[in-house]
Design a protein around this ligand. Structure first.
Ligand SMILES: C[S@@+](CC[C@H](N)C(=O)[O-])C[C@H]1O[C@@H](n2cnc3c(N)ncnc32)[C@H](O)[C@@H]1O
Length: 220
């Protein structure tokens, strides 16, 4: 028992990864590739990705949405949780890394479950509201431009079924949320989002200290 969340230092983190991570060749190959990219740190951490597989599978997800695909790590994790006939709509504003993502998903055997949509995600989600699947999605992961996270969340409330889960990344902003000197647009938006979510009675809520802080909203 612990009255508060303990700090995970590098040694404990190594232990956590060694004793919980179920790594695959597809994961390792992608991580090595991302190390060669200037912005490779944008990848969702492996332990958080595995947690999202666990979460999405726990609620028997069949249809899922991801906002912010990059080279495809978290999309692979979510798609892994879906049954073979399931579908992940993977949204990104750029197709720069789509070839890498597609190769990764193929190596993981989930490429046929993932549909890419390229464009500003606000527009992609707005268009999805007019499709027959609207209201029938089970899981959504938000990991893109932080200024729009609240917007994505509001779309998610309409696109997901009751009992569906919206997961929003980077709630800690690397610790910047508690530093009043930091006033950039993304951090200010994240603080506003945190204030909003705790009061929103449409959801059950938890903010999990995994990765860079993962907000979980279960639609009531
Ligand atoms: C942090 S990365 C996503 C990392 C990914 N989830 C992973 O685990 O590898 C953020 C992504 O959001 C995308 N993005 C930024 N602004 C966007 C927008 N307005 N609409 C859609 N995607 C956007 C970027 O192109 C980038 O690929």
């Amino acid at each position: 028992m612990s009255a508060r969340t303990i700090q995970v230092d590098a040694r404990l983190h190594d232990w956590l990864v060694t004793h919980s991570l179920r790594d695959t060749d597809a994961h390792r190959t992608l991580r090595e590739h991302n190390l060669t990219l200037e912005d490779g740190g944008m990848q969702t951490s492996p332990e958080q990705s595995q947690f999202m597989t666990f979460l999405a599978r726990s609620i028997r997800s069949v249809r899922a949405i991801e906002i912010g695909v990059y080279t495809g790590a978290s999309a692979m994790a979510i798609a892994t949780a879906l049954p073979p006939a399931g579908r992940l709509v993977a949204c990104d504003i750029s197709d720069e890394h789509l070839e890498t993502a597609r190769a990764t998903w193929k190596a993981a055997g989930v490429d046929d479950r993932i549909e890419s949509r390229i464009g500003p995600a606000v527009e992609t989600l707005a268009a999805m509201l007019d499709e027959p699947e609207a209201g029938h999605y089970d899981f959504m992961y938000v990991d893109a431009d932080k200024e729009n996270s609240l917007n994505y969340y509001e779309h998610g409330l309409k696109l997901l079924r009751p009992g569906g889960i919206i997961a929003i990344d980077n709630m800690f902003r690397g610790g910047d949320v508690v530093d009043p000197a930091v006033q950039d647009e993304s951090t200010v938006a994240t603080r506003e989002l945190a204030r909003f979510l705790i009061e929103d009675e449409r959801i059950d809520y938890s903010l999990v200290p995994i990765g860079d802080g993962l907000a979980l909203a279960r639609i009531a």
